[in-house]
Design a protein around this ligand. Structure first.
Ligand code: BEZ
Ligand code: FE
Length: 329
């Protein structure tokens, strides 16, 4: 065998010359990856990605997934994306059931108790909701228990807000929004846009809201089943209330005796939003309201902050509610 050339190195190679980057190790993984982000020009993007990397690496070190488990996670996220369409947003649903939607919503609408509290928008809001007259009946399919819904919209000093727009939507007695049942429910069933009168009042005829399941026929439903959780939301009526010069509020009113009030699948319940829905047995009032006797009443007053009176804890109103089209059943 010929001798090895004298300048050939047979022992361990010296470290290649590198431009200063630290190599990946288990111990320093997050810092090494974060360093690669240091040149991100947008400072907010750099902050967000750096934090994401640190939290994600801490999570993996905590869980120590097997490669098969990591594959299951990737498959779950892949299927979540594949479930999305222009009428179904499975990633928002995932964010909802993990409480992240409520956390983002709550962080961005801190009002220190100075106005009506907000809660999740949900996927069933329609931008083009029918305009209604005060007193109209939005129960177009005739199902459910008749209910007179009314309230006042006021500003922070209790001043009535005339001309405020009150956008409402709820499920029918079968637990579906109209947009989930095209061709089954009349279009615009149980939704509408009202405008408050000169004293900031609104009222309309509807039905007592009922509880219903969020769409659970996809990966998020499988996650709920795998964790022994139910998919239900307690009975509620959605509101977006807006008036010029005031911060809009996206919220619900919840029915006090509804099932699932303390286990909402999307964590949307706040104590201040729960109301009784008492029965009224009074033929004269029923006739005045245009409802059969007896009927139920749901009263929900809303108070908005003035834009310039934003409390110091609040985030600026920089983003209006995201509108996602309805989800088919
Ligand atoms: C809703 O209340 O309409 C809703 C909210 C979150 C997820 C699904 C539905
Ligand atoms: Fe809802």
């Amino acid at each position: 065998m010929p001798d090895a050339p004298s300048d050939t190195v047979l022992s361990a190679s010296p470290a290649p010359v590198r431009a200063g980057g630290e190599l990946f190790t288990e111990e320093r993984s997050a810092d090494v990856v974060a360093a690669s982000l240091a040149g991100t020009p947008d400072p907010r993007l750099r902050q967000v990605l750096t934090s994401l990397v640190h939290h994600l690496h801490a999570f993996v070190k905590d869980v120590e997934p097997t490669e098969a488990e990591w594959g299951v996670a990737i498959d779950f996220l892949t299927r979540t994306g594949q479930m999305c369409s222009d009428v179904r947003q499975e990633f928002i649903l995932l964010s909802d059931v993990l409480g992240v939607s409520m956390l983002v919503e709550t962080i961005n609408h801190r009002t220190g108790g100075t106005s009506t509290e907000s809660t999740v928008l949900g996927p069933f809001h329609m931008v083009e909701s029918p305009e209604r007259e005060l007193g109209d009946d939005i129960n177009l399919d005739g199902k459910g228990t008749p209910c007179l819904v009314s309230g006042h919209v006021t500003g922070p000093e209790g001043e009535p807000l005339a001309g405020a727009v009150v956008d409402v939507w709820q499920t029918n007695e079968d637990g579906f929004y109209d947009v989930q049942q095209p061709g089954i429910q009349p279009q615009g069933n149980l939704r509408g846009l009202f405008t408050t009168d000169g004293e900031g009042r609104f009222w309309f005829r509807s039905v007592v809201p009922r509880y219903y399941p969020i769409p659970d026929d996809g990966p998020v439903g499988q996650l709920l089943a795998a964790t022994g959780r139910h998919p239900n939301r307690p009975a509620h009526l959605h509101f977006i209330v807006a008036a010029p010069g005031y911060r809009p509020v996206t919220t619900h009113v919840f029915v006090a005796d509804s099932p699932y009030l303390d286990s909402d699948a999307v964590f949307g319940v706040k104590d201040s939003l729960v109301r009784d829905v008492p029965e009224v047995d009074d033929p004269a009032r029923a006739a005045e309201a245009g409802l059969p006797n007896p009927f139920r009443t749901l009263t929900f007053d809303l108070s908005l902050l003035r834009e310039e009176q934003t409390p110091p804890t609040a985030r600026p109103v920089d983003v209006q509610p995201t509108v996602v089209k309805g989800v088919p059943s």
